[in-house]
Ligand binder design. Structure first.
Ligand SMILES: *Cc1c(COP(=O)(O)O)cnc(C)c1O
Length: 348
């Protein structure tokens, strides 16, 4: 997380650690902002409301960027706002939000809380340099381990807020967690997920051997390869084709094709797992996850499986164009060949 802040580990999914952070930071009725542009942002709105917080949602369309200007305006207009929350990589759409710009927009007096579930380990994340007070991450996305571990990094001023926060808490109480961590033999207050911690240790060694910045770059290349493949096939991307959107690539499914059917075919026929959308995008998009233990060949194989399936459905105008574009993008990224990308065309 690139931080000197306290870092606590919880035996839970990331939603659990996020819930714990809300309990540890806020009091009933407290006014907070959640900037949203997808399903996970929406989840934090609902969670805040479930805990009786006064949540101001600053919503942007799914697939587009957060509206940081509106966040800044809302904070300036209302001094009662104490915290601002957003998602780093919005996994439901593939958009990676500029959390540095978000933190700047929230201003110096507002606590920032970031969901970096699928960002941590995949995307550039500089907790201290960007002034992110609380960052929540977990093990099962780019950190490559099975689900069940989540992390919270907590700045000194977030810790001060925590001392005054009045929401009830117990399992996720940061005081219990810190006391246990600072004991003679560092431990967790309750039974830890030992097998996962052993796996995390191995995964972090792999990540550090690769180099964190090299891993960030690998994900950028995977994003380029995936987008080139999608556009080569002739599908439309949901998001801007930019390097930042590196953990997940999303594409609109062709008219008349059912996203769920496509996803099931890829899995049943080619053992390739992708997913459909969520919320109102459920049957409109497919999402290809390429964060964590993934290399370019995995992405190229996914593009090939997608082409074969679309061909069987009779909606692939130029078989092989997706794979060709993906391989060309990889060659270009490696600097080993000056292969021009295949021009994008649209499926009717
Ligand atoms: C996966 C994910 C989560 C959390 O999930 P859990 O299932 O609770 O671990 C939260 N936010 C984002 C952006 C995610 O991608």
């Amino acid at each position: 997380m690139q931080t000197e802040n306290e870092l606590l580990v919880f035996a839970s999914s990331m939603t659990g650690a996020f819930e714990g952070a809300m309990q540890n930071l806020f009091s009933p009725g407290e006014r907070i902002i959640v900037a949203t542009n997808g399903a996970f942002g929406q989840r934090w709105v609902e969670m805040g409301q479930a805990f009786g917080l006064d949540v101001l949602e600053v919503a942007s369309p799914w697939g587009s960027d957060l509206d940081c200007d509106r966040v800044a305006a809302a904070v300036n207009a209302d001094p009662a706002i104490t915290a601002a929350i957003c998602v780093h990589c919005e996994t439901s759409t593939g958009v990676v939000n500029n959390v540095q710009e978000f933190a700047a927009a929230a201003g110096a007096d507002v606590l920032t809380m970031i969901d970096s579930a699928s960002g941590l380990g995949a995307c550039e994340l500089r907790t201290d340099a960007w002034g992110l007070d609380v960052v929540i991450g977990g093990g099962q996305k780019a950190l490559m381990i099975p689900p069940g571990l989540a992390f919270a990094s907590i700045s000194p001023r977030a810790w001060q807020r925590h001392c005054d926060a009045k929401l009830p808490r117990y399992y996720f109480d940061w005081d219990h967690a810190l006391d246990a961590l600072k004991s003679d033999i560092p431990r967790t207050p309750w039974t830890p997920a030992i097998s996962l911690l052993v796996q995390l240790d191995a995964a972090l060694r792999m990540l550090l051997a690769e180099g964190l910045e090299a891993a960030w770059h690998r994900h950028i290349v995977l994003g380029r390869v995936a987008r080139a493949g999608i556009q080569g096939i002739g599908l439309d991307l949901l998001t801007q084709p930019r390097d930042e959107n590196s953990p997940v690539t999303t594409a609109r499914v062709p008219l008349g094709i059912d996203a769920d059917y496509l996803v099931r075919q890829l899995y049943e026929r080619y053992s390739v797992q992708i997913v459909a959308g969520s919320g109102h995008l459920t049957d409109k998009i497919i999402r290809i996850g390429h964060c964590g233990y993934v290399d370019a060949l995995d992405v190229i194989a996914t593009i090939a499986a997608l082409e074969l399936t679309l061909d069987e459905l009779g909606v692939l105008p130029r078989p092989g164009a997706g794979v060709a574009a993906a391989v060309a993008a990889l060659a270009m990224a490696r600097g080993s060949a000056a292969v021009p990308p295949v021009p994008a065309s649209s499926l009717a």
